[in-house]
Write a protein that binds this ligand. Structure first.
Ligand code: NI
Length: 139
């Protein structure tokens, strides 16, 4: 049996969704309000799901302080930034929440490996209506 742990975090960031190859009207059609020329902010909710064996002494998967330290270090690379401008890995790309979820997964994966746990999934909600999931592909 496998036991998983989910923990929720949040961060604030700004973005503008637009494709520079298209004009403003086309960007508005595709990306809606998120293509507003001057950008805007969101409160992103992030759910991190990890799995691992129970530590025989603590009977826990991971020390939550250690997990928080890893996740917060990753979130610090994107929080309070203009995502498609200030985050090097996403610079010039579309700052969709799909891409944000993928970015956070890729950054967090080696950190959780260091802790001896497996990163199963990163879920990111930009609004309360949508949830985007980046998850480990089946081996
Ligand atoms: Ni937006």
């Amino acid at each position: 049996m496998q036991v998983r742990l989910g923990r929720q975090y949040r961060f604030f960031a700004a973005h503008r969704l637009y494709n520079p190859a298209l004009d403003d009207a086309e960007n508005l059609r595709i990306y809606g309000k998120c293509s507003h020329p001057n950008g805007h902010g969101h409160t992103y909710l992030v759910d991190v799901v990890v799995s691992g064996p129970l530590n025989p002494d603590t009977q826990m998967i991971v020390d939550l302080d250690n997990l928080d330290e890893c996740v917060n270090a990753v979130l610090d690379t994107i929080a309070h930034k203009q995502i498609e401008v200030d985050v090097p890995e996403l610079a010039g790309q579309r700052s969709t929440t799909e891409n944000v979820a993928r970015y956070l997964f890729d950054k967090l994966d080696p950190e959780t490996t260091r802790l001896g746990i497996v990163l199963e999934r990163v879920e990111v909600a930009e609004t309360r209506n949508n949830r985007f999931v980046a998850e480990r592909a089946a081996a």
